[in-house]
Design a protein around this ligand. Structure first.
Ligand code: NAD
Length: 260
């Protein structure tokens, strides 16, 4: 007898094959199997750090908050990591010509490393690839900043003008990049299948993207370990790990896809 995950993965594969435009919406949960903790799961980042400290205003005003912020990012979200099976499966969807785009809340660059071209990845919360000077706008590759942090600097500044250097990610209290959100919302409205992988769907406005897809009558698939507020709207709901699930799904898509 087929086990439940096989049956559900088969349903997702069928939805992918019959869809014209597939959008994959991801959150921190797709990267936990790469060793990057999420925010809210047991052992997540909010067990070690206080979310109230991580606002844009405090980052600007308080060097101690700035120090903690860099530490949280470098030990947590921006730790060295490789894509896992779920990222590679999304990359494979692209290779099979079945991916319209990825809309991600993640800042870890693992979708691109997993084979999705940059032009198809909409990063709603920015990216840890760069740090930017808030005074003169100079941009620094994060590898350069990491070397300075590893050498003992706690709040790296701009080497050109000594302004405050900020990772190019969206902090609490900052607006999302308008054009990225607009394009992501448009893609969600135009797709006929949206697959959520590893998101609690409680962070707004990011979570408005799958909501838009559903309003526009797209089918919704949710692959997430814990419940989300949109579970009731999903055509297929899978409470299992992203890596194993997405590997099964892509294997079935490969088997079932009609060859031209
Ligand atoms: P979240 O922490 O709120 O939720 C993550 C969800 O993923 C949880 O519901 C959890 O049950 C699920 N999950 C954890 N591991 C999983 C796995 N292996 N398979 C399937 N599901 C799994 O994260 P969120 O919804 O993305 O939103 C929070 C914010 O976290 C976003 O703003 C994002 O920018 C930021 N963030 C990003 C990273 C990253 O870039 N990797 C890491 C931590 C936080």
């Amino acid at each position: 007898m087929l086990d439940n995950l096989d049956v559900l993965a088969g349903k997702v594969a069928d939805l992918i094959i019959s869809a014209q435009k597939v959008v994959v919406f991801t959150g921190a949960g797709i990267s936990t199997e790469s060793g990057i903790p999420d925010f809210r799961s047991p052992g997540g980042i909010w067990e070690r750090f206080n979310p109230d400290d991580f606002t844009y205003a405090k980052f600007i005003d308080d060097p101690e908050v700035r120090r903690k912020h860099w530490q949280m990012l470098m030990d947590g979200i921006a730790r060295e990591a490789k894509p896992n099976a779920a990222h590679y499966a999304v990359g494979e969807l692209h290779k099979l010509g079945k991916l319209d785009c990825v809309v991600t809340q993640n800042v870890d660059n693992l979708h691109q490393k997993g084979g999705v071209p940059d032009s198809k990845v909409f990063e709603l919360h920015g990216s840890m690839r760069w740090a930017v000077c808030l005074r003169c706008g100079e941009r620094y590759p994060m590898e350069q900043v990491r070397i300075r942090l590893d050498a003992g600097e706690q709040t790296p500044d701009c080497t050109a003008c000594h302004g405050v250097l900020k990772p190019d990610v969206i902090m609490f209290g900052e607006p999302l990049p308008e054009l990225v959100l607009e394009e992501a919302s448009y893609r969600a409205t135009a797709c006929d299948l949206l697959i959520v992988v590893g998101s609690s769907l409680v962070v707004y406005p990011a979570a408005s993207v799958p909501a838009r897809a559903v309003r526009a009558r797209a089918r919704l698939v949710i692959i997430n370990l814990s419940p989300t507020p949109m579970d009731g709207q999903a055509s297929v709901l899978i409470r299992a790990k992203a890596g194993e699930t997405m590997s099964k799904v892509i294997q079935l898509v490969r088997q079932k896809i009609p060859r031209g």
